[in-house]
Design a protein around this ligand. Structure first.
Ligand SMILES: [Cu+2]
Length: 156
């Protein structure tokens, strides 16, 4: 009798654990979907006025004729991998992946980025002189998560 009760109790616990695991999976999948709506640190005025047209030049570097250049941090690359930004533009890096990433340019930016959030640099010229830099994720640089960042003079 006692053994039978214990067996029944154990079975109930196992079932509860199994159900819990299933609902955890559902939450994880559902929670990852609507990440594009979450942004932090991006002024509303910039968001509404900055829809330039992004293009890729002959060297494979992304440019944008608007006020900002958008970059996605994925698991585990920056997309695009080459960025040409004017000193009067800003970079807006959005974590489109499932893990925390980081945006670092040595000597200036160093920002952790949770999934679904964005980091806006403000005018790049406020932090960087024209030149070529490495933009890296400090967490995944060893896995090749870096991009080439070219900072150029404003349009004439
Ligand atoms: Cu990363």
């Amino acid at each position: 009798m006692r053994v039978g009760r214990r067996t029944a109790t154990v079975a109930a616990v196992v079932m509860a654990l199994a159900l819990g695991a299933c609902s955890d999976d559902d939450d994880g999948n559902g929670g990852a979907e609507p990440q594009a709506t979450l942004t932090t640190g991006v002024p509303t005025s910039v968001t509404t006025s900055a829809s330039g047209s992004a293009t890729t030049d002959s060297a494979g570097c992304a440019t944008d004729d608007g006020a900002r250049l958008a970059v996605a941090a994925r698991d585990f690359t920056f997309d695009p991998g080459c960025l040409r930004v004017r000193v009067d533009q800003e970079l807006v890096v959005t974590n489109a992946g499932r893990v925390t990433h980081n945006v670092t340019v040595a000597g200036t930016y160093d920002q952790d980025l949770e999934p679904g959030t964005s980091f806006a640099t403000g005018n790049v010229g406020g932090s960087l002189q024209p030149g070529t830099y490495d933009l890296v994720c400090q967490f995944h640089e060893a896995r090749g998560m870096s991009a080439r960042l070219e900072v150029v003079e404003p349009r004439q």
